[in-house]
Design a protein around this ligand. Structure first.
Ligand code: AMP
Length: 215
């Protein structure tokens, strides 16, 4: 199964992708995570991407398309994958179609997570992750059970993204509406676009996505 989790920054794509990954045996492919790893490793791509990411702008298509094209050929993707943060414009969506055709596979569903803009800024500015296992938390909405200790792996180290600040979030939302939202009609025309209520509680959203995937 190949699916896209679609929605603005802060919609909960990463959280839900991690849950679906475990439940359905799919691989989460987050272009944001891959780019952050490239930035941290100071690769050629990472150095080119860093400035755009810090400014809340999209990284160039050739970089992200190249990253995904290489990644989906790897063995662990053979059972299927969840795209999280890709495609982010119509050119990337068209490039994805070509890649999937070359691999002889097809896109099963595009799940749009609908959320209010006001909720996004709060969600993004309060979020952080475990530095060891990447489990996601939030200052007010989703604290670890024991203060300062990751529920999953017990680590006491946490990290926040450099672009999760109010100014960059506003720019990322602008980019979403200008470049990414226009991808929705592209998939609606193909008859594979489905909506879930991204404002519901995390478990409810997972249940809604599971219902779409098992329909
Ligand atoms: P994310 O983790 O999905 O919020 O992505 C963080 C940042 O990485 C974005 O604000 C962009 O600068 C960059 N990025 C991630 N995915 C893409 C993509 N598909 N196309 C262009 N830029 C991307």
């Amino acid at each position: 199964m190949i699916i896209i989790l679609f929605g603005p920054p802060g919609a909960g794509k990463g959280t839900q992708a991690q849950r679906i990954e475990k439940a359905h045996g799919l691989v989460q492919l987050s272009t944001g995570d891959m780019l952050r790893a490239a930035v941290a490793a100071k690769t050629h791509y990472g150095q080119k991407a860093q400035e755009k990411m810090q400014a809340g702008q999209l990284v160039s298509d050739d970089i992200v398309i190249g990253i995904i094209a290489d990644r989906i050929k790897e063995d662990d993707c053979k059972n299927g994958f969840i795209l999280d943060g890709f495609p982010r414009n119509v050119a990337q969506a068209k490039a994805l179609d070509v890649m999937l055709e070359e691999e002889g596979v097809k896109l099963d569903a595009v799940v749009q997570m609908e959320v209010n803009d006001e909720a996004l800024v709060d969600r993004i500015s309060g979020r952080y992750t475990c530095a060891n296992c990447n489990e996601g938390y939030h200052d007010t909405n989703l604290k670890p059970k024991v203060d300062g200790v990751c529920d999953v792996c017990g680590s006491t180290e946490f990290k926040r993204r450099a672009d999760d600040n109010a100014e960059t979030v506003a720019k990322r939302l602008d980019e979403y509406y200008a470049q990414t939202a226009p991808v929705l009609p592209y998939y609606a025309e193909k008859g594979i676009l489905q909506q879930v209520d991204g404002m519901a509680a995390i478990d409810d959203v997972t249940a809604q996505i599971n219902a779409v995937l098992t329909a």
